[in-house]
Design a protein around this ligand. Structure first.
Ligand SMILES: [Zn+2]
Length: 303
């Protein structure tokens, strides 16, 4: 009897996952010989507590560390472009200053070396960063932009509007990027693969942006095409591979209700991502998958 009373309300709370949208596949072959010689690298600049029951509905309670990534693309004409900025120098000095005592403790945040201080490894400095592409404007992806004073910031217009004031329970503190020069993709380049719209950021096929709202109103996916391989960065559309690998699994109860703006909308992009599974020229990278720390090449090795 007691058990039944426990199970009934839980079952009532398990929400229905929206069905897959109808997805058509537009041409998505990548002419690698036509691409300029870009070089991609990535670094883990921090780690936080990560449990699979929070990362995906139905996941187990685990005690793992999730990486906070920053990716760096050297482009022959566009210069040094970052994908996300992670936490920056301010957090390295004192996480209680930023993102603040409560967030740092809740996340069990452990800061490593911020990207601004890793760039000398590849002969660059913080002033060489020409652009930062932000998958979304949560602190763990955007706070580090304050270390790159010359960079143009790319973010979806909906996220930029959403992040115009602090929304601390939703992971938004705009102070590091307030007043900065932002540009917004228009996704006017039509369909690509399973996605209905995209922006070819530099017009040469190296960086494609796709809308992926749900985690935040303007979350973006970023596809980087190099002469040898392609990497699809999901941002936090999925924290771990559990979100998309074996079916579509939205995040656990607390994050999907407290942090995400529309988790049901967020399932749309996960269904689309799933159609790219098995493509051997493309790797899908979830935002904070613990296994990423081992399987992605270590900074500063080119990918
Ligand atoms: Zn994140």
């Amino acid at each position: 009897m007691n058990r039944l009373w426990l199970v009934l309300p839980l079952a009532a709370c398990t929400p229905k996952i929206p069905p897959s949208p109808s997805i058509s596949q537009a041409p998505s072959a990548i002419d690698r010989e036509a691409l300029p010689e870009v070089v991609l690298r990535g670094a883990v600049v921090a780690t936080t507590k990560m449990s699979r029951h929070l990362a995906a509905m139905g996941g187990e309670k685990t005690d793992e560390r999730g990486p906070v990534h920053v990716f760096a693309l050297q482009h022959p004409t566009e210069g040094l472009v970052l994908i996300d900025a992670g936490y920056g120098r301010r957090t390295a000095v004192d996480p209680f200053d930023h993102p603040g005592r409560l967030a740092a403790k809740l996340l069990d945040l452990e800061m490593g070396t911020p990207m601004a201080d890793l760039l000398p490894d590849i002969g660059a400095t913080d002033r060489d960063v020409s652009a930062v592409i932000l998958t979304h404007l949560h602190d763990d992806h955007a706070a580090g932009v304050e270390d790159f004073p010359k960079a143009m910031l790319w973010a979806d217009r909906a996220d930029w509007r959403f992040a115009d004031r602090p929304r601390l329970t939703r992971g938004i503190d705009p102070e590091p990027y307030q007043g900065r020069d932002f540009r917004h993709p228009t996704y006017s380049h039509g369909p690509w693969g399973p996605f209905e719209r995209h922006t070819d950021l530099f017009g040469d096929g190296t960086v494609l942006l796709f809308p992926g709202p749900g985690h935040t109103p303007g979350s973006m996916l970023v596809l980087v095409n190099t002469p040898s391989h392609s990497w699809l960065f999901l941002g936090d559309a999925a924290w771990t591979d559990d979100g998309w690998k074996d079916g579509v699994h939205p995040k656990g109860y607390l994050p999907r209700n407290l942090i995400e703006t529309d988790w049901r909308e967020g399932t749309d992009v996960l269904y689309r991502v799933r159609t790219l599974i098995g493509r051997d020229d493309l790797t899908i990278v979830s935002g904070h998958e613990p296994a990423n720390a081992e399987r992605l090449p270590e900074w500063p090795t080119p990918w």
